[in-house]
Design a protein around this ligand. Structure first.
Ligand SMILES: [Zn+2]
Length: 139
């Protein structure tokens, strides 16, 4: 799979850093941790699979999910097939999403205008938060 994230802090800011004993080594730019692909645990895979499928069900496209999570759209498409997921129709709305730092998120939610007439979910994403919002109640 194409999932590359730091096993220590789960950040996606990863750069290749040489080959060690035939394995690609990576460096996490966030916490400076070195690791090889083999060290990526199952827990992280599951985490990204779940997040990707969650976003898929919310109506985001493979490309959008790829941009947010950093997992290739091919992998996401494979998971959708693997788990036999069928997306319910969303005829009236398309969700929008924003990535916030914690302080930005608090700031955003301070305004009641952001909350009324809309549904939203907030989910943790690395060291940031993702807010998916859909304004289904506005006609
Ligand atoms: Zn890290």
């Amino acid at each position: 799979m194409d999932i590359i994230a730091c096993p220590k802090c789960q950040n996606n800011a990863i750069v290749k850093s040489g080959i060690i004993k035939g394995r690609q080594r990576y460096l996490c730019k966030s916490c400076s941790y070195y690791f090889t692909v083999n060290k990526l645990g199952k827990k992280i895979d599951d985490y990204y699979v779940t997040k990707a499928l969650q976003l898929y069900l919310e109506g985001l496209s493979y490309r959008e999910i790829e941009r947010i999570i950093g997992v290739s759209h091919v992998s996401i498409s494979n998971w959708v097939k693997e788990f036999k997921l069928k997306k319910p129709p969303h005829p009236n709305y398309h969700p929008s999403y924003k990535i916030f730092k914690h302080a930005e998120l608090l700031d955003y939610l301070k305004s009641k205008d952001q909350l009324s007439g809309a549904g939203m979910i907030i989910t943790e994403l690395g060291d940031k938060f993702m807010l998916i919002k859909w304004e289904r109640f506005k006609d």
